[in-house]
Ligand binder design. Structure first.
Ligand code: ZN
Length: 368
């Protein structure tokens, strides 16, 4: 019997839209050389291919070829190399990367809609570029130039909770902090850290601060303006790199929001570090550059198109959350044997390592 629990109705107007494991779908027919199933929702009578919402939808290539293409991309192989190795056109690789990026974003929005275990946040931005570096862009190169990853990382689980891809602007930073706030249910996490980029403090103040409107006194004169009060639990510290002759010779901590006392209490409770430092996030950035060929420094595999860059970034970050076990996250099971865990498992969002083939055949749903 086919397992239909991972599928759901994809009709946005249906009351059962997006409800997985609902037990209502049927398989009235199959089609194509791969005997692909057609799913039918009895509520709205709509029919869908089981591939809809996945990178396999509408492909004329065998599923194994598409999976091979995306497996190469996920391993950090460039577009043209992937095309030669898989025996397809480079534009075909690009098309699958875009579809996989869209699906990965939808899967992330569903899987990390709420991350209840996140306690330690690290904000960071990683530089990359599209087509050419910003410093050599002309006035007409609005879609080219620097295009970095703004990431909110759950340090203990190594989970990418939020990601904003784009130019290093205040808007991108504010969007990142707002997205993290939403995905943690508005909860104040134990400790927030970042580098010296001052916009983070403003974004945290705006997002977590509570606006207080003073009551009208009834006396003549201009009423007092509303002001923002930070919750006492918000603790935000930055790691400052001290350089000598362009080399980092030390890292010092500065408390920006909250107190030294709160930071001193938060660090011993951390599962990963006793000091505010940059090593975990730098390690993560190194891994990401290794797995996303277009971010390898000084290579010809850099991104040529912004939309593909964003899709590849989403695919690499979000599939890594679920498909790549992290060595230091392993734990012993009840029998005393080591159990490998991915960031999503460590964050309590899933119970197994997702093989890439399973990830790619899991339909994404466009949520409202
Ligand atoms: Zn339906």
């Amino acid at each position: 019997m086919d397992d239909l629990s991972r599928f759901c109705c994809l009709n946005a107007g249906c009351p059962d839209h997006g409800k997985r494991n609902h037990g209502n779908l049927t398989v009235p027919a199959r089609y194509g050389p791969s005997n692909t199933r057609v799913r039918r929702c009895p509520t709205c009578k709509a029919r869908f291919s089981e591939r809809k919402g996945t990178p396999l939808y509408g492909t004329r290539l065998p599923a194994q070829t598409v999976e091979s293409v995306l497996a190469h991309v996920a391993e950090g192989v460039g577009t043209r190399k992937t095309a030669r190795l898989a025996g397809v056109n480079k534009d075909t690789v690009t098309r699958y990367v875009r579809q996989a990026g869209e699906q990965a974003q939808q899967r992330h929005d569903e899987l990390v809609a709420l991350s209840p275990r996140t306690n330690e946040l690290r904000l960071d931005e990683k530089w990359a570029y599209v087509a050419r570096e910003e410093k050599i862009c002309g006035p007409d190169d609005r879609r080219r130039g620097d295009c970095g990853d703004h990431a909110a990382l759950d340090l203990e689980a190594r989970l990418v909770v939020s990601l904003v891809v784009g130019k290093r602007t205040e808007d991108a930073t504010h969007a990142l902090v707002r997205d993290f706030h939403r995905r943690t249910g508005g909860r104040v996490v134990r400790l927030m850290t970042s580098d010296e980029y001052s916009v983070y403090a403003t974004a945290i103040r705006q997002t977590y601060g509570q606006v207080v409107t003073p009551p009208r006194t009834g006396r003549p004169g201009r009423p007092r303006q509303p002001y923002t009060v930070m919750p006492l639990a918000v603790t935000y510290a930055t790691a400052h790199k001290e350089r000598k002759n362009n080399r980092v010779v030390g890292v010092s901590t500065r408390v920006v929001l909250g107190t030294w006392w709160a930071v001193a209490l938060a660090l011993p409770a951390s599962a990963v570090s006793r000091v505010v430092n940059t090593c975990l996030v730098e390690r993560y950035n190194g891994i990401d550059r290794n797995r996303c060929s277009r971010k390898v420094r000084k290579s010809y595999a850099f991104s040529k198109d912004g939309d593909t860059h964003r899709a590849a970034t989403a695919f690499c970050h979000f599939s890594c959350n679920s498909c790549w076990p992290v060595g230091t996250l392993r734990e012993r099971d009840a029998d005393g044997r080591w159990r490998r865990r991915t960031p999503a498992m460590a964050a309590g969002l899933t119970d197994h390592v997702w093989p890439l083939a399973e990830w790619l055949t899991f339909p994404g749903v466009q949520r409202k």
